[in-house]
Design a protein around this ligand. Structure first.
Ligand SMILES: [Fe+2]
Length: 325
């Protein structure tokens, strides 16, 4: 029932697959997405199987260079090995309180929204820029090896209520995200309520890979997503999942294209959090700003955050397409 890797479907979409990459990416010395992947992005429909999916970009363009020492060192880190990492009490509660006041107005009803529209006041905007710069720098210093940095490309505030049930509450990969995408979720509050259980379930990277390669479960099509992962384990070795509960000040980092995960929001409470989507790149990788040519220097995080706030650019650097540096 959950056999997803249908060879006929795969064959039928082969042309579309190549077209999609040809039209969706700009090919230069390195590869860049022309636009932010969306729910409708046909990439998510490419039914080539887990391993083929992971190397889809390489297949389409066939230009692979060696991983650098920096990226190899990153692959030895616990973040890469597990695919997720939790830093409790990373941000003091008074700062979280200030961010909550800045981002959520009592009449705010949206579940998620880009933060730039809320920061009309210059002082608030500069407080926010400094905060993000500080957060990303201190987090990177602690958890990323020397020579590796984060390039943020989307910053959203979330306000999740227990009624919000959607497909994120079922086990999935974010299939439009390459291996070196990293999501950072900063919990701005600790949801409370009588039966309150808010957070994210993870299956670590090696279990996810083994499960997907053994069963073909890659969480697409969307209607095949399961809530109970044992339904697709087919009598394999018991899986060890990890529920990370939302706690004020904690930062949960994970690689959404590498680890199966699902949200949990059982009755009671509201979860407020800041989501930063980023790419893990080498110091020497130069991001492309706008549609113009590459800048002559590496932008600072503040410059990038400001560009993200203004929705001026998005990048998805791929470590497989490096310039020699
Ligand atoms: Fe997800």
């Amino acid at each position: 029932m959950y056999l997803i890797l249908n060879p006929a479907l795969r064959q039928a979409n082969h042309g579309r697959f190549e077209q999609c990459f040809a039209s969706g990416f700009t090919l230069g010395p390195r590869l860049f997405l022309k636009q932010l992947p969306s729910q409708e992005n046909p990439c998510a429909f490419i039914d080539q199987g887990f391993f083929v999916w992971k190397s889809a970009v390489e297949q389409a363009f066939g230009v692979r260079t060696e991983l650098s020492q920096e990226l190899l060192r990153f692959r030895e880190s616990s973040l890469w090995r597990e695919g997720y990492l939790v830093a409790d009490e990373f941000v003091p509660s008074d700062i979280c309180m200030k961010l909550r006041a800045l981002l959520y107005h009592p009449e705010e009803t949206r579940t998620s929204f880009p933060i730039h529209s809320l920061l009309g006041d210059e002082d608030d905007a500069s407080f926010f820029d400094d905060f993000i710069e500080d957060l990303l720098c201190s987090w990177s210093r602690r958890y990323l090896p020397y020579g590796i940095r984060l390039i943020p490309w989307r910053i959203y505030a979330y306000q999740t209520k227990s009624e919000d049930q959607n497909l994120s509450m079922r086990w999935h990969y974010d299939l439009d995200q390459p291996d070196h995408s990293l999501f950072l979720m900063l919990n701005l509050n600790t949801p409370s309520g009588e039966f309150c259980d808010f957070g994210t379930f993870f299956l670590d990277a090696s279990q996810s890979m083994l499960l997907s390669s053994r069963t073909g479960y890659i969480s697409t099509p969307l209607t095949h997503r399961v809530k109970n992962i044992n339904e697709i384990n087919y009598g394999g070795r018991p899986l060890s999942t990890d529920l990370i509960r939302s706690k004020c000040g904690s930062v949960v980092a994970f690689q959404p294209g590498r680890v199966l995960h699902r949200g949990v929001n059982n009755p009671g409470g509201v979860r407020q959090s800041l989501h930063i989507s980023a790419s893990i790149v080498q110091d020497c990788d130069v991001p492309l700003l706008g549609s113009g040519s590459a800048p002559s220097k590496i932008p600072t995080i503040t410059e990038i955050v400001q560009a993200v706030r203004g929705e001026e650019f998005f990048i998805t650097p791929s470590p497989y397409f490096q310039q020699s540096c």
